[in-house]
Write a protein that binds this ligand. Structure first.
Ligand SMILES: Cc1cc2nc3c(=O)[nH]c(=O)nc-3n(C[C@H](O)[C@H](O)[C@H](O)COP(=O)(O)OP(=O)(O)OC[C@H]3O[C@@H](n4cnc5c(N)ncnc54)[C@H](O)[C@@H]3O)c2cc1C
Length: 391
């Protein structure tokens, strides 16, 4: 098999890259190891409304629910509310990713890309010292797909970067170990995405409850890898269920990892670009990565078309990808990483103080930065280490 561009992984990143590159006239093949795109769902499925609409027209078929904002709980139960348009990239719509991911892959196919499910990339091929495509396993047969350019969109467990010689190792403190139940319970609040903080409840992370309508919600937990023992995420999530949804019925369960790391030194090499979770483009504070994967997928698709157009897919020829995605996300991800590094050190007493200090402030129209400014004014001692990021 031969094509211009082969993409490993049909998640939101891979499908957006495929659609963009195919629309620009490239012959694109996407390989996906699963037999059904988007299933199983390892995601709480939350995205910001405005940010999503800037990337793609929302289709009611893949929106499970719309929320008015985020409710954030301190360990002592004190809560504050942020409006949806201020609460970041994960709050606004709760998607149905089984439908969403498939719809994005269909869009890529409509644009001309060939999508091959049940096809697992096994490694990169080289010819004369140059990358020349991938080797894959398809329905029990090993096949080679020849292409001068490969995009690794293979998620948190990405191997494509490593095969191309890039250090993609995540330190335990930079990965969140997650578990999630799809829960049916009458007590689910359909209006808000809820976030619960506490070092006992979710060490180095948080518990979420994202409503999906009709008394269903994704109830999940992320705990910092360095603070996690085997099976800890599920055990803590079950404890939370007992206290918050004692009558809840668990109808699905998934486990997975979410990169919450600093910026990778490089996300491209000769003949190869990485996007989405594979490139650790996830927000380190929230773990949200759907929209960033899509944004970077579009950039990678455009750069692929240009680089192949001029016949230069060397690392230097792909530098535009590094420059463009870092210009869009770099500072945000870097700051977010520093906030995360700071917040995971806070005690429950610190968290209680920070959240209760906001109770009498009007934070409904503030974004995270505005809220941090208020927090700093109200808790200067506690937030001293963050002053360079806020001012
Ligand atoms: C529990 C949990 C909750 C989350 N909640 C949210 C949320 O609410 N909002 C949000 O924005 N983000 C959330 N995220 C993060 C979000 O799921 C990811 O950031 C997003 O899916 C990244 O998209 P992607 O295209 O980079 O990778 P993925 O969606 O992971 O897609 C990668 C694809 O590559 C395929 N693949 C892997 N290896 C191979 C191979 N060798 N050959 C062929 N195919 C391969 C996989 O099967 C998969 O389909 C959450 C993550 C977790 C774990």
């Amino acid at each position: 098999m031969k094509c211009d561009l082969v993409i490993v992984g049909a998640g939101p990143g891979g499908s957006m890259a495929a659609k963009t590159a195919a629309k620009a006239g490239l012959d694109v093949i996407v390989v996906e190891k699963r037999q059904e795109i988007g299933d199983p769902v390892r995601c709480a499925e939350g995205v910001g409304k405005r940010a999503l609409c800037e990337i793609i027209d929302p289709d009611p078929r893949w929106i499970a629910a719309e929320v008015s904002g985020a409710r954030i709980y301190a360990p002592d139960g004190t809560s504050i509310v942020m409006s949806e348009d201020r609460a970041g990239d994960e709050v606004g719509y709760v998607l149905e990713r089984k439908i969403f991911d498939r719809a994005l892959a269909m869009d890529a196919a409509r644009a001309g890309a060939k999508v091959m499910v049940k096809t697992r990339a096994l490694g990169l091929c080289t010819k004369g010292g140059k990358l020349s495509g991938i080797r894959a396993m398809r329905l029990g047969d090993e096949i080679d797909i020849q292409a001068p350019l490969v995009i690794g969109a293979d998620g948190v467990e990405s191997k494509v970067g490593r095969w191309a010689g890039i250090d993609t190792v995540l330190r335990p403190k930079d990965i969140e170990i997650c578990a999630q139940f799809l829960v049916h319970d009458k007590r689910i609040d359909d209006m808000y995405c809820e976030f619960f903080f506490g070092n006992k409840m979710a060490p180095g992370g948080y518990i979420w409850c994202f409503p999906k309508g009709e008394n269903l919600a994704n109830v999940g937990i992320g705990i910092q890898g360095s603070k996690s023992k085997g099976g800890e995420a599920i055990r803590l999530l079950r404890e939370f269920m007992k206290s918050h949804f004692p009558d809840g019925r668990i109808v699905e369960m998934v486990v997975g990892g979410d990169p919450c790391a600093g910026l990778m030194e490089k996300t491209s090499a000769d003949g190869m670009m990485l996007i989405g979770d594979a490139a650790r483009q996830t927000d380190p504070i929230t773990g949200g990565g759907i929209l960033n994967a899509m944004r970077c997928g579009i950039i990678a698709g455009e750069v692929a078309a240009k680089a192949l157009g001029i016949g230069d897919v060397s690392e230097a020829g792909l530098k535009e990808y590094e420059d463009r995605w870092r210009a869009v996300l770099g500072i945000h991800l870097e700051r977010s990483y520093q906030y995360k590094e700071f917040f995971v050190k806070l005690t429950d007493a610190d968290l209680n103080q920070l959240i209760s200090s906001l109770r009498n402030e009007d934070i409904s129209k503030m974004d995270l930065r505005g809220m941090l400014r208020v927090l700093f004014r109200l808790n200067p001692k506690l937030l001293w280490e963050l002053r360079h990021l806020i001012i």
